[in-house]
Unconditional design. Structure first.
Length: 242
């Protein structure tokens, strides 16, 4: 797994590992079917940890189609090391370059490390091969793909995956790590914009993965500044007055 920076803290429920930034009661089968980026990344991680690399590659690739940068980085790592696929460092770099598209520090560090280990010919090939990946998995196409699915799923959501308690004022998770615990949540919590509004959803990912903030610096007019006096230089000699 990627180790350029420590993994985020994750809540643990028995043998179930939580998802950073998402309450565990949210992770029902209905929620995950509407967020295939999370679903397939999680399944890919489980397969990878069991060393079922062929299965993990398929699952990470599914997540990668929905703009999941961590999954794209894992695909890069697997190609770089030859895990579940023939080793292909050019393709490994191309995938890591895609994972670093949003300038998440973890993935930028890896990308630059890979680049430095390729020779000039491999670098040219990696850039060329990366254009094909960008057309299929880049944010310009992958983000709208996920946004469309999320919006449709929200419209079609019913109580079949959750169940409702008295008056429909609370939602009781019927699947996921907290199923059967009696824990409830309000519809307002479940349908927070950060989970269902694509723009806010991606903004929360940027915050979670540490995308650097972009700002603007205004530079004023140039000014002539007198050189500073060198305090270490010997003082000029003076001639005593007669």
């Amino acid at each position: 797994m990627l180790t350029a920076q420590p993994p985020p803290e994750r809540a643990v429920y028995g043998n179930y590992i939580g998802e950073p930034g998402i309450p565990p009661e949210m992770l029902t089968s209905g929620f995950l079917s509407a967020h295939p980026d999370i679903r397939w990344r999680r399944e890919g991680s489980y397969s990878y940890n069991r060393k079922e690399y062929d299965l993990a590659m398929d699952q990470f690739t599914r997540a990668a189609r929905y703009a999941d940068k961590p999954s794209q980085a894992m695909i890069a790592e697997m190609y770089w090391k030859g895990l579940g696929v023939p080793q292909d460092r050019e393709l490994g770099y191309a995938w890591m370059d895609l994972a670093a598209e949003r300038m998440y520090p973890n993935f930028v560090i890896k990308r630059e490390r890979y680049w430095g280990l390729l020779d000039a010919g491999q670098q040219r090939n990696a850039i060329e091969r990366g254009q094909q990946l960008l057309a299929e998995y880049g944010d310009d196409v992958a983000k709208p793909r996920l946004a469309k699915l999320m919006q449709r799923a929200k419209r079609e959501t019913t109580g079949s995956h959750m169940g409702f308690v008295s008056g429909g004022l609370k939602i009781t998770p019927m699947t996921g790590p907290l199923a059967g615990t009696g824990i409830t949540m309000s519809p307002e919590e479940y349908y927070k914009p950060e989970f269902w509004n694509p723009q806010e959803y991606f903004a929360s990912q940027d915050a979670e993965w540490g995308s650097p903030e972009r700002g603007q610096v205004n530079v004023g007019e140039l000014e002539n500044v007198a050189p500073a006096q060198d305090e270490t230089a010997p003082a000029p000699e003076t001639t005593p007055e007669p």
